[in-house]
Design a protein around this ligand. Structure first.
Ligand code: KG4
Ligand code: ZN
Length: 342
């Protein structure tokens, strides 16, 4: 019997993603984004995102089916992001998924967005065959996951106590007068600056934090340190060395992310590390993670950028794993959860 054909729907933030996956094979992944609208406001406006999902949903489903050359009647199961994310946008995706489930009389699976960011890797680099570590970093999350089985056994070792990595980049971007989202702009500027020009603090790395927060992250103190440094520079009438600030700030973020992740791999005897989420587009992170993983003998998997940002393939991939694991479908009255635990 062939593996079931799973249609995945993702709407937790500003991307409307719909994909079709069979087993660990991606048939097609269609994404529509409302980021251009949010960029004008300097941040995601949930109501604007919800309306955009509502408008994009049916065309994006049609596009995925058309490009994959699949008829809706062939779909065996529907997977949808049930959280975490923005409630309004999540609700649009969940409503569409429920309608499909009722209309097709096929099971519905509400799945976790953060686990999805790790699961999508299986479509690119093949199934996880052994215990793996996943670092999921984006504008909304910085989470370190121990993955024994992507469908049934994922443990969160740590997460951010305040700002996510991408969020910290976006806030520092605003502080430096860069357009929203600031992450990619800081990345570009940082490549021209000296990462050792300014020694910014490394959050939650002090010895006193080791016991309770060994694998947690905190970037808001760093953001404040950058703000103070820039203010002091301006007050003294000097020109702010923007590239050096960007490079030193980026170095502080990726130093902590990679050091804690490698320490977790060592502590749990893990030899495969998956990095996902929109922030994994960051070149400082990619370079440092590659260097430190090579040194530690860890196999590093980072998918192409289009599978790092939010997309439907991640949800279809996780849905496919969940269906094959034989887990029961969700009730049709499931709600969405903005801060859904794993
Ligand atoms: O996964 P994603 O598309 O959406 C969320 O779920 O948040 O991630 C977007 C985040 C934004 O904060 C954006 O600034 C950041 O990822 N980002 C980057 C880079 N590309 C995207 N941050 C740093 N360097 C980049 N190259
Ligand atoms: Zn995400």
């Amino acid at each position: 019997m062939p593996d079931p054909l799973v249609l995945g729907i993702e709407t937790s933030c500003d991307e409307t993603g719909v994909a079709l996956v069979r087993g660990d094979t991606l048939l097609f992944d269609a994404v529509a984004s409302s980021m251009d609208e949010h960029a004008r406001y300097g941040g995601i406006i949930p109501e604007v995102a919800s309306r955009a999902h509502l408008e994009a949903m049916v065309p994006t489903i049609r596009r995925a089916l058309g490009e994959a050359d699949v008829d809706l009647s062939e779909v065996d199961a529907i997977a949808v992001t049930a959280g975490p994310g923005l409630v309004g946008p999540l609700t649009i995706g969940a409503s569409a998924a429920k309608a499909l489930s009722i209309g097709l009389d096929k099971p519905l699976y509400g799945v976790n967005h953060i686990i999805g960011h790790a699961a999508v890797n299986q479509l690119v680099d093949g199934p996880f065959t052994e215990r793996s570590m996943a670092l999921v970093v984006s504008g909304g999350h910085s989470s370190l996951l121990l993955v024994d089985d992507i469908a049934t056994d994922v443990t969160e070792l740590g997460s951010t106590l305040d700002d996510a990595a991408g969020e910290a980049f976006d806030k520092v971007g605003r502080l430096l007068g860069l357009p929203y989202p600031g992450g990619p702009h800081i990345d570009r500027l940082a490549r021209e600056g000296d990462p050792e020009a300014i020694r910014f603090p490394r959050g939650l790395t002090a010895r006193k934090d080791q016991e309770k927060h060994a694998y947690d992250f905190s970037f808001s103190g760093l953001k404040t340190a950058v703000a103070r440094w820039v203010e002091a520079c301006e007050d003294s009438g000097k020109e702010v060395p923007v590239a050096d600030v960007a490079a030193s700030f980026a170095a502080a973020v990726v130093d902590v992310l990679t050091a804690k992740t490698i320490a977790a791999c060592r502590a749990h005897d893990v030899e495969t590390l998956v990095i996902g989420g929109g922030f994994s587009a960051n070149s400082q992170l990619r370079e440092l993670a590659a260097a430190r993983c090579a040194e530690a003998g860890i196999d590093l998997r980072i998918p192409p950028i289009r599978y790092c940002t939010d997309n439907g393939a991640m949800i279809a991939a996780l849905g496919s794993a969940v269906v094959r694991a034989g887990l029961p479908p969700s009730d049709l009255d499931i709600g969405v959860d903005s801060s859904m635990p794993l």
